[in-house]
Design a protein around this ligand. Structure first.
Ligand code: AOF
Ligand code: ZN
Length: 385
């Protein structure tokens, strides 16, 4: 016989796995899953389940109740396992908490409170007032991780930021000759450094993020597409940090739309028009201490644009700028079995006098990626969700 705890864990994990199915389509809404469980004298069984399958579509709880109705199941007296607090507001769909109440649900097990100010605690109030038994938060860490971008935006007003870097064992991201070839601009090409498996993995990471950001140096040097062509899944919004608006209208990255963050308010009108005609959306921002686009302002602008999670694939300068500003949450570092010697390296431009102040990762995890090694971790500066 399962203990109540194990019993709850089993169904909440089922709700979590359903929630993951909403991956692309739910953006910028959170991914939510719901499982309805009916307990009888002969045991417990799932009578309905669902997830938030797309922005503007029914919420997970409504999908689960509809599923139960289609199966002619009786949900009165059932328990609902939901990864996020049932909502209380009329948005694109009617609120879920009253719907659970009128369906006769007697117990609700919730992953975490909804940080959206339109909901935040009000869903619980509705359930509690109706006498529904509440167990919350339950498996909170996992449920928050699922929607880390959504939580980061509501708690810090910026997207979840993942830095991705690929280098040799000695941390080099390019050869010196490559930089000279591009007029001292940073270069972060994966070509020739990491292997196929890591490239495929990197494209999967792109599909999991709402936005992908590089510096204009990388755009000029590599002329990348920044798509998910090696895998399935939606390509993220392409974003270029381009302080002086120097990206040429012929750049690959402009095809299919691209968001340019610049400080060049007075840029030549014809240049601006040519970029816009080529697919760019230009956003003029203040410059920070370094004379480059202020990263805090950049992240707010991206949040406004619907970006909840951002993958930074920049060269060393852009990666270091995010670390210096402490505006980064997780790292994915691919190390290839190579020693490249002189060349631009991860961490270039960062300078610390004491070990206490170096950039640190917590929960670091190491795994193989073909011939390469993938180190993942959470930056110590990343605030709790
Ligand atoms: C739930 N269940 O499955 C989801 C919830 O634009 P709307 O009307 O779809 O509302 C989106 C907000 O509703 C979203 O920001 C979040 O607070 C909540 N999402 N709530 O009860 C769901 N997706
Ligand atoms: Zn809802």
């Amino acid at each position: 016989m399962l203990t109540q705890r194990k019993f709850d864990e089993y169904y909440m994990r089922r709700a979590l796995s359903l929630a993951w199915r909403g991956t692309d389509a739910a953006r910028p809404n959170p991914k939510v899953g719901c499982v309805l469980v009916q307990e009888t004298q002969t045991g417990a069984r799932i009578v309905g389940e669902g997830y938030h399958a797309g922005y503007g579509r029914v919420h997970a709880e409504a999908a689960a109740l509809d599923n139960a109705a289609n199966r002619s199941e009786d949900v009165r007296g059932a328990s609902a396992y939901v990864t996020l607090e049932p909502c209380s507001h009329f948005g694109k769909t009617p609120p879920c908490a009253p719907r659970l109440v009128s369906a006769g649900i007697k117990r609700v097990i919730v992953g975490s409170e909804d940080p959206n100010p339109k909901v935040k605690g009000r869903g619980f109030d509705i359930l509690r007032a109706a006498g529904v038994e509440i167990t919350a938060p339950y498996l909170e860490k996992e449920c928050k991780w699922l929607n880390r971008g959504f939580f980061r935006c509501h708690t810090q007003n910026r997207p979840w930021v993942t830095l991705k870097a690929a280098s040799s064992l000695d941390g080099k991201m390019a050869l010196t000759s490559e930089i000279h070839a591009f007029d001292n601009l940073e270069r972060t090409s994966l070509r020739g450094i990491t292997g196929e498996t890591s490239l495929n993995w990197a494209h999967l990471m792109r599909a999991e993020h709402d936005g992908i950001l590089i510096g204009v140096g990388t755009a000029l040097a590599d002329d990348p597409e920044l798509t998910t062509r090696r895998t399935c899944g939606k390509s993220p919004l392409r974003i270029i940090l381009d302080t002086k608006l120097s990206l040429p209208p012929s750049a690959h990255v402009l095809k299919g739309g691209c968001f340019i963050l610049t400080c060049a308010s007075g840029a030549n009108e014809s240049k601006r028009k040519a970029l816009e005609d080529a697919g760019a959306e230009i956003c003029v921002l203040p410059s920070g201490d370094t004379g480059r686009v202020d990263l805090c302002a950049a992240l707010s602008a991206l949040m406004e644009r619907g970006v909840r999670s951002l993958l930074v694939e920049g060269g060393p300068a852009v990666l270091s700028a995010f670390m210096k500003a402490k505006l980064c949450d997780s790292l994915a570092f691919f190390a290839a079995p190579l020693i490249m010697g002189e060349g631009p390296a991860l961490g270039d431009g960062l300078n610390f006098n004491f070990m206490d102040s170096v950039v640190k990762l917590k929960n670091a995890n190491v795994r193989r990626s073909g011939e390469d090694v993938l180190v993942e971790g959470i930056f110590q500066c990343s605030p709790a969700l």
